[in-house]
Structure formats: C-alpha cells, structure tokens
Design a protein around this ligand. Structure first.
Ligand code: CTP
Ligand code: CA
Length: 230
C-alpha cells in the first residue's frame, strides 16, 4: 500500500460539504437550476479528506466524479439537500458550497406540460426554497464551524458581510462570478480557477487568483486551524 505521510490535522473531525446545483422540477422533463459545475465543492471535500476528516459530501446533479476518500450522497432538489444535510448532524463543521436554487415551482406538474396553440406559455408560480445554510447556522445541533460561500456579481464585500450575520456563519468565502472578474475566459463558473476573499467578523482576507484545487487546499488548512482554535 502507498504510504501517505501527510499530516492529518482533521483526523476524527466530521465535516459536511454541499456542492453542485439543485434541480427544481417544473414537470417530468424540465427543471430550474443555478449554474454550478460542483468543481469547487468537490475539490474542497477531497482536500478536507486528505487532511484526515470524515467528509460527507451532499451533491446536487453534477457530471464530475465523486471525490475519493469521501462519503457522497446524491440529491436533486433543495429540500432533498436540506434533509440530507440535517440528517448528517451533529458534525464538527459544515461548508455550504452548493449553488442552491432560491425558488422552486409551487406545484410541479405530474405530466409533461404541452404547448397548446393559442394559449401561450404557462405561468409558473414560484415559492422560496429553504435556506439550508441559515437553517444549520441557527440549528440546535449547529456545528462548531459553519462556512458559507457567496457568489456575487456586484458589491461583493457588502453582500458577503450581510450574509455572514443573516445566515449565522463563521465566515463566508466570497467570489466574483461577474464576467469581467478576469478569472478564466467565461468567469468562475465551470472554469478551473477562482479568486476569493474570506469575510469574517474579524475582517477580510483577500486571496490571489488560484486554481480551484489550490483554493480547496488552502480552505481545508484554514478550516483545520479554525477547528483547532474554537
Ligand atoms: N444557500 C443555502 N440554501 C439556499 C440558498 C443558499 O444553503 N436556499 C447557501 C449557499 O450554499 C451559500 C450561501 O448560502 O453558501 C450563499 O448563497 P447565495 O445564493 O450567495 O445567497 P442567498 O442568500 O441565496 O442570496 P442571493 O442569491 O439573493 O444573493
Ligand atoms: Ca441564492
């Protein structure tokens, strides 16, 4: 067997990670979703496992492989993701990387919605999905460390600070997903690079542009440090 001599600062720690999008059905053949490849969340789950953590990844529908050394649960909708995450509590830390759809249709149709001549498009009635991060951030079994992500196209800092308190997170990893952010030809989403800043009550830490794998390993080290400290 190969000898892995890396230090294991997260040995004995249970960590939940969400990743990927959620799909909210309109009917059996159509859905509403956010753009998300799952690359950053899956990379983080793998990086935490490499540091010795017992990682439980709750993934929405993605095309990439399950990370190795991680227990992965596959879900489709926000409500399924929430049930899976809360069912995994208690945990030492939870990191919410998933791009959860903010809304779902009030009633998804049991049969495929057909185009009817003269009737025009269907009016979709939407309702808000549960905020999985906020639920865990304010949960009776709240993990000692709760980390959110924030994809923004403008006012990154201000929005990240607002999310920090609203969701009960210890820190927010904020990234600029606007097309002029300069990260890759089409921005952060789907690409292999990311530029983030870490927003917490004690201030803001700006990281350089890195690969998503590098962001993942730095975050895993940061999480290990925070778990040691709290
Ligand atoms: N999140 C979540 N459940 C939701 C929505 C968001 O767990 N229903 C989590 C995301 O995984 C992320 C953080 O909350 O860690 C911020 O997500 P984001 O979409 O940026 O924030 P929202 O509160 O949904 O605000 P908005 O989309 O309006 O910017
Ligand atoms: Ca959102």
């Amino acid at each position: 067997a190969q000898v892995d001599s890396q230090p294991k600062p997260l040995a004995g720690r249970k960590i939940i990670v969400t990743s990927g999008p959620t799909h909210e059905p309109i009917d059996p053949v159509r859905y509403i979703a956010n753009r998300s490849s799952g690359k950053q969340g899956h990379a983080l789950a793998g990086a935490l496992a490499k540091l010795g953590a017992d990682v439980h990844l709750v993934s929405g529908p993605v095309t990439i492989a399950d990370p190795s050394g991680v227990t992965t649960v596959h879900v489709e909708t926000a409500r399924q993701m929430q049930a899976a995450v809360e069912g995994l509590l208690p945990a030492d830390a939870a990191v919410f990387v998933a791009a959860v759809a903010d809304w779902r249709t009030a009633n998804s149709a049991g049969e495929k919605i057909k185009k009817v001549a003269g009737e025009g498009p269907p009016a979709l009635q939407m309702v808000e999905n549960p905020d999985i991060l906020a639920g865990v951030g304010h949960h009776a079994k709240r993990p000692r460390l709760v980390v959110g992500f924030a994809a923004e196209t403008q006012n990154i800092q201000k929005n990240a600070e607002a999310k920090l308190s609203k969701k009960g997170a210890d820190f927010i990893v904020a990234n600029d997903v606007s097309h002029d952010s300069g990260v890759g030809p089409a921005g952060v989403m789907g690409g292999d690079r990311n530029r983030v800043r870490i927003v917490s009550k004690s201030g803001i830490e700006e990281w350089p542009e890195l690969t998503k794998a590098e962001v993942a390993s730095r975050l895993a080290v940061l999480i290990a440090e925070r778990l040691k400290a709290v």
